[in-house]
Design a protein around this ligand. Structure first.
Ligand code: HCA
Length: 406
């Protein structure tokens, strides 16, 4: 395997996420970026993609400040990459701003030829060749990546035609699945073909999640020779997003721990929570490294988990920083959770038989549960009729409890 790490694009594709609009946030502030990049660096990420500075004055200004801030952290190996159209202005501005490399891209599909940039196939080839070769000539040490955008809808022969022309001038070839059409089988086939033809080049993949395949495609790409995978926090990116950095690290860990060397996996969950606190939304329920994956609602699950979590928790998410779990009291809870809840949380001294009785009554009211009539309140009313004594617990024990019971 050739995996060299993830390329974070939270500050580029991440800011193209519709979530920024759902949250009325629109863009990360400099403070947000500073906190997020600090978290990502602590996690072990070293490559960061930003917009080319000419996208807006505020992005240019923030990048400048972020670069200065990161230099004060004295972390070796950090690389800042500018996402640039194959356009001299994007490139000049990025170089002026002090980027370490350029992530160049252009689409060669019929769709883009007709409806986007309007260049014909042969024009694209000569344009890209000129841009890439000139940049390489003047900046021999600049990291250069070139991507045929929408490469999974571009015939492989077309990709080969352009990549052959610039093979000697680039460090990395990108294989972006811009509209999320790739499947693991196609990823494997293409990766092997591209890697075979260009053994000296690194391959970077960028998978959109339109079919829900971005994570499996990313893992497949790593297992078939990709050097870099583009990720972002929560997988935030255009439309339904790309690969979540923590989702990928978790899965690579289960494929082969050595792929995660250099990453401080315990910081995965705190980083997801940090993003939640910035955009004021809950971590996505489909995110593998989430408290959702440690939340149990059905009575059968709750009983088993109280006895031994492994029954319904296959992955040790503590390794990824999720060190809590949630058992939700609700319509599906049974006597086991009710016994646990009344004893451990409400300190009632009750028997298993009483818990069984209470559970029966509680379940009979499950249709009445809603935002105004919460399960805890319903249970409280039922329990009051039982006149149960309370357990005597010393104050210092209560103070030292670690659960957040609010
Ligand atoms: C975009 C498209 C892109 C670029 C990927 C890349 C994609 O938002 O402009 O530069 O490799 O998905 O193709 O994100």
């Amino acid at each position: 395997m050739n995996f060299k790490g993830v390329i974070d694009t939270t500050f580029r594709d991440g800011q193209q996420s519709p979530l920024m609009f759902d949250a009325y946030k629109y863009r990360f502030t400099f403070e947000d970026k500073k906190n997020l990049i600090y978290g990502l660096i602590q996690l072990g990420v070293r490559n960061f993609e930003f917009f080319s500075p000419n996208v807006s004055k505020s992005e240019a200004r923030d990048f400048n400040k972020i670069k200065q801030y990161v230099s004060t952290l004295n972390i070796p190996g950090i690389r800042f990459l500018a996402h640039c159209r194959c356009h001299p202005v994007d490139i000049e501005e990025a170089i002026k701003a002090g980027f370490d490399g350029l992530n160049l891209y252009i689409s060669m599909t019929q769709y883009a030829q007709q409806y986007s940039h309007g260049m014909k196939f042969t024009e694209i080839i000569s344009h890209v060749k000129k841009i890439v070769e000139t940049t390489r000539k003047f900046y021999p040490n600049l990291y250069l990546r070139f991507s045929a955008e929408d490469s999974f809808r571009t015939p492989l022969e077309d990709i080969f035609q352009i990549y052959d022309e610039i093979y000697e001038s680039v460090d990395t070839f990108g294989m972006p699945d811009t509209v999320g059409v790739a499947t693991p089988t196609i990823v494997e086939e293409r990766l092997l073909a591209v890697k075979k033809r260009y053994p000296k080049a690194d391959i970077e993949c960028h998978f959109h999640n339109d079919r829900g395949y971005s994570l499996i495609n990313s893992v497949t790409a790593v297992l078939n020779g990709a050097s870099y995978i583009d990720t972002s926090i929560w997988g935030m990116a255009e439309r339904s997003g790309i690969t979540s950095v923590t989702g990928l690290l978790l899965n690579l860990f289960y494929e082969d721990k050595s792929l995660c060397r250099g990453y401080n996996l315990k910081l995965c969950y705190p980083l997801n929570v940090l993003m939640g606190s910035i955009i004021k939304l809950q971590v996505s329920p489909t995110e593998p490294v989430s408290i959702t994956n440690r939340t149990h609602t059905a009575g059968v699950h709750q009983k088993a988990v109280l006895n031994n979590p492994y029954v319904y928790e296959a992955h040790d998410l503590k390794n990824f920083g999720v060190d809590k779990k949630q058992l939700f009291l609700g319509p599906l809870s049974g006597k086991n959770l009710i016994y646990y809840y009344l004893r451990e949380i409400e300190y009632y001294d009750l028997t298993q038989e009483q818990a069984t009785e209470i559970a029966k009554e509680f379940k009979s009211e499950s249709a009445e549960m809603n935002k105004k009539n919460k399960p805890e309140a319903i249970l409280k009313k039922i329990v009051e009729q039982y006149n149960l004594p309370k357990l005597l617990i010393k104050k210092e024990y209560l103070k030292n409890r670690v659960e957040n019971l609010d």
